[in-house]
Design a binder for this molecule. Structure first.
Ligand code: F0G
Length: 460
């Protein structure tokens, strides 16, 4: 058969949800009410919602069908058995602990394994991972390779951990003060960038040398596996499933948010091999999440995840998934908006510093860009810049974030190519009036995680 150029959505639409575009006056009113904070908008006020790829995807008819057969038994649910088999088959880990989402798995793992004053290395900790480590009084240390911090670098595995920096950290603090090493696949906070098998093997070798356990933050494991298939020498002939199994085989356990590559709207798990750690984790689970055969999930959620973990490794799906993200990045670049290169798996990151050089970091250029995408076209992204990461200085000013980005995260199997074309047009319209875009000042903010609730005022 002729191999056609167009990579299509490998599904047909079975059920739809209406979306409606507000008038520009309505969008302006919504922005004012929300204090120019996009977290304050109602979902119905957004036309294309790229705030997150977490829990926002569409489930398949097979997942919905499995949900109908959910077993809601408090103890010994059949749905748990299916869930456990799916996780064990994929990861090879023998102990499977369901949680209501990823951060609950993190909280339990770190409470059980990490002590105050210790250091946990990672390529880049996601916010909740960092917060859960800091909550137990330990230090979360980011050790991504240097290329991973440079938006324009096109290194194929920008999520890799700097193995020399890992060894230096172990030398500095001592192996006894490192309870575990983590690697986040893909590296969300660094632009959704993949980690190579070669790098995972090198990290594993260091962990073996010092007797340290290695855990994966596996939220986007399938996207990472397919990047490996496309980019890593010697991997083109392997299936995404084989590569995923190889990744997990290099680790002692993982935390997972099934809201990403579990293709579910809620759920997560902690999976590992050490029975003693698992026992302590289950005891804590009973206290905070629920009995070990449901851990904060309904039986039907576990059914949806069991099917989702299988579907997500379909290579037609993964090819379409990575291609549709790259397609949006190409549209943005063509419109003259610089992006973090190469595009990641789940999101496109627009470089607001590059687009809006006339707005200083203290006036939040990425917030200004995110607001403009909503104002012009009803598109919601999220600021990842000085609103999120700015640090107060003693003199009342702020140390800015290293990068000023707007993340456009793409929900799985939810929007079609014409939706993405529309977003491309909105980006272009915003780019064409870049000189007119002004900065913002914060009028109200919380003492931590201020980006969720801060209020802003446009500067004249
Ligand atoms: N780890 C990574 C790499 C993540 O991206 C997330 C969530 C989590 C852990 C926590 O999982 O939300 O199920 O508790 N990321 C979402 C995002 C929120 O928008 O990137 P959770």
């Amino acid at each position: 058969m002729t191999d056609f150029r167009t990579i299509i959505e490998p599904f047909r639409i079975h059920s739809v949800q209406a979306i409606r575009k507000l008038s520009s006056a309505e969008r302006e009113a919504a922005l004012h009410r929300a204090g120019h904070n996009l977290f304050g908008l109602q979902g119905d006020e957004v036309l294309i919602d790229l705030l997150t790829d977490s829990g926002t995807g569409a489930m398949s008819s097979t997942q919905w069908a499995a949900m109908m057969d959910g077993d809601e038994s408090y103890a010994g649910s059949r749905s748990f058995n299916r869930f456990q088999e799916a996780v064990a088959d994929l990861t090879g880990f023998t102990e499977v602990i369901p949680t209501h989402q990823g951060r609950a798995a993190e909280h339990i793992l770190f409470t059980v394994m990490v002590r105050s004053g210790q250091v946990v290395p990672n390529n880049t900790h996601f916010d909740t991972t960092r917060a859960n480590i800091e909550y137990v009084g330990a230090e979360a240390r980011d050790l991504v390779i240097a290329e991973g911090r440079v938006p324009a670098s096109t290194h194929p595995f920008k999520g890799n951990m700097d193995v020399d920096a890992l060894e230096a950290t172990i030398d500095e603090v001592g192996a006894a003060n490192i309870p575990l090493v983590m690697v986040t696949i893909t590296n969300n906070s660094g632009g959704g960038q993949p980690v190579s098998l070669e790098n995972l093997r090198a990290v594993r070798a260091v962990c073996d040398h010092y007797g340290l356990p290695l855990f994966l933050d596996a939220c986007r494991f399938a996207e990472n596996a397919y990047f490996i298939k496309l980019r890593e020498p010697g991997c083109a002939e392997k299936s995404a499933r084989e590569i995923a199994r190889e990744m997990f085989a290099l680790a002692d356990g993982c935390t997972m948010s099934a809201k990403k590559d579990g293709l579910a709207n809620i759920g997560g798990f902690l999976a590992l091999n050490d029975p003693e750690t698992a026992k302590s984790a289950r005891n804590l689970l009973i206290l905070t999440e629920g009995f070990p055969t449901y851990g904060g999930l309904a039986g039907y959620d576990m059914e949806a995840i069991a099917v989702g973990l299988h579907e997500v490794l379909d290579e037609e799906y993964l090819r379409y998934r990575l291609r549709s993200t790259a397609y949006l990045a190409e549209r943005a670049e063509k419109a003259g908006v610089p992006t973090v290169r190469p595009p990641g798996g789940h999101a496109v990151y627009l470089d607001a510093k590059g687009l809006l050089p006339h707005i200083p970091a203290a006036q939040y250029p990425a917030q200004a860009l995110a607001i403009e995408l909503y104002r012009v076209g009803g598109v919601r992204g999220v600021e990842i810049g000085s609103v999120m990461f700015g640090k107060p200085r003693p003199d009342g000013s702020e140390a800015p974030s290293a990068m000023e980005l707007v993340r456009l995260a793409i929900p799985r199997r939810t929007y079609t190519q014409s939706h993405i074309d529309y977003v491309g047009e909105v980006i272009e319209a915003v780019a064409n009036q870049r000189e007119a875009i002004r900065g913002y000042r914060i009028t109200e903010q919380a003492p931590w995680l201020r980006h969720f609730t801060a209020r802003f005022e446009p500067l004249a």
